[in-house]
Design a protein around this ligand. Sequence first.
Ligand SMILES: Cc1cc2nc3c(=O)[nH]c(=O)nc-3n(C[C@H](O)[C@H](O)[C@H](O)COP(=O)(O)OP(=O)(O)OC[C@H]3O[C@@H](n4cnc5c(N)ncnc54)[C@H](O)[C@@H]3O)c2cc1C
Length: 287
Amino acid sequence: MTLNQVYNGNNIDEVVEILGKYGRDAKIIAGGTDIVIALKNEKISPKVLIDITKIADLKDIEDDGEYIKIGAGVTFTQIIRNPLFQGNLYGLYKACRMVGSPQIRNKGTIGGNIANGSAAADSIPPLIALGSKVKLLSIDGTREIAIEDYYNDPIKENEILTTITFKKPKENQILTFAKLGLRKALAISRLTSATFIEFDDEDFVKSIRVASGALGKYPMREYEVEKYLIGKKIEAKTIEGAIGTIQSSMDERLKGRATLPYKRVAISGILKEAMELAVKNKGGVKE
Ligand SMILES: Cc1cc2nc3c(=O)[nH]c(=O)nc-3n(C[C@H](O)[C@H](O)[C@H](O)COP(=O)(O)OP(=O)(O)OC[C@H]3O[C@@H](n4cnc5c(N)ncnc54)[C@H](O)[C@@H]3O)c2cc1C
């Protein structure tokens, strides 16, 4: 099948209409950093490409005081440059800052990172830890799902991802991120960990979400670690306990995989770093 048309999408409604008309024969292109490779390698062969890079509605970052809404077409560079992500949302800044190279960050979008569906997508663990929801539109209507459930119910051929929304963290809450890549700069991450911790007045963990990347088929919540940490102080002993807990979960999840021994060791450093950063950066980033 040959590509015989490229549409420049002017607005979201138009994209929804074109997707509805062509179904599986159409593909959205945003920054192109993933899809161009897939086209070149003939992994996909759509008849129609829909360029969404000119749609202003997809490029906004909104803060209404209670929620933060990021348009799917927002690039990693836009996030890095926005002061909103310098405080207790620093974990998202850091994840975006560690993506690829400057060129990739200038082009690559957060929506493309999600829609591409890679287990090693860097923005997803922090977005899971934040309890984010994604909005998907098609001619059949609108649906909003927790990003945590996205991989069990991923984007459909006729859908466009429009926004990612999460609650704005309070002062006693902090998002962190740590990553172990294969090589510096251009490495696709092999292991990531994001934590979102709410501390009480005495620095005990009041609530927590921990998410990992590349520790399974897709990025996921680490519920066992959360259960272990709730009500505890983040200190050397509890970090050791949390590492032991995640390693037990991995032993189940990655049973028989050649990468398990390496990942067991690697996760200890990554989880430790993410948790120590939460203590260090609480109430203001000092990293
Ligand atoms: C050299 C290199 C290094 C990289 N390093 C990293 C890294 O360190 N970490 C990392 O996470 N990623 C990395 N990537 C992968 C890539 O840059 C990201 O996944 C990026 O976020 C993809 O966004 P995009 O806008 O370029 O998506 P595209 O390539 O334009 O699209 C990707 C897929 O998503 C779909 N899509 C895009 N936007 C939407 C939308 N709004 N609605 C519905 N479907 C949509 C497309 O149809 C396509 O299937 C790297 C890539 C390269 C080439």
